[in-house]
Design a protein around this ligand. Sequence first.
Ligand code: ATP
Ligand code: MG
Length: 281
Amino acid sequence: MVVALQKPSTPLACPRCRILWREHLGSMEIPGPNALAVRTANLCRHYQMGEVLVRAVDGISINIGAGEFVALLGPSGSGKSSLLNLVAGLDRPTSGAVIVQGNNLAALSREQLAKHRLHTVGMVFQSFNLIPSMTLLENVELPMRFAEVDRGERSARARQALERVGLSGRLAHRPTELSGGEQQRASLARALINRPKLLLADEPTGNLDSRTGTEIMDLLHSFNRSLGMTVLMVTHEQALAEKYAGRMLHLADGKLVDDVSNDHVPNISSVETPAPRGETP
Ligand SMILES: Nc1ncnc2c1ncn2[C@@H]1O[C@H](COP(=O)(O)OP(=O)(O)OP(=O)(O)O)[C@@H](O)[C@H]1O
Ligand SMILES: [Mg+2]
């Protein structure tokens, strides 16, 4: 699809502190327009449950370009989370291929897959998945501890990430001492802390009221627009998908049944390359 060049509508600076997102997150490689972030070929994840074979993902072939914002829709049980887990490297396919940023995940060792989860993808879940016994700062630092980032840098980057999502006043709070929206903003900060190229979100607004959900979606949208970060997001909400995603994939019974471009939201990969670091967009 060819889309006329135009300025993205979302501001490229954080609305809370006016700092450019890319300054917040440090330098990221900006993808070329034709790079593929995700490719699956006849991807299957079947579960043998006694006599019954559950075809959670059943022969899905898709290409997602770097910088796209894609919504994954479909009824409950259609395989959305199963597909996302395969792309995340949390699960392995029964057959077929899943290639993320050029790596065939089926061919990776356990250690390499752990690195993929740590560096290449960031994940956000409906239920936030923050560790209850840790403060927000510790939660956000955690992926950097696994990545062996040194202590001083860890703390500085985690503080900056929490500031970016408007939580600098909550560093010492534990997750139960926060609202749902605040917990989801913290989990976004954690997902982005190792500067992943691909953000996977499984119903990120599912537990939030619509105003708070919109705040989270605006953050996701800003990361996609200003950093060229690819976003693959599961949602039940068609209206959210139509507002934010450049493309909508519909699943049913583990199969891809529709792949629709959303002309109201041109994908960044087909719009423009974000300005280089340091330049005002
Ligand atoms: N670990 C598992 N073992 C057996 N079956 C599973 C497993 N995980 C998922 N399934 C089945 O695979 C199918 C797809 O599940 P999945 O969680 O991907 O659906 P979903 O589209 O994310 O649904 P929802 O919108 O309710 O979250 C379902 O029928 C589910 O019961
Ligand atoms: Mg699900």
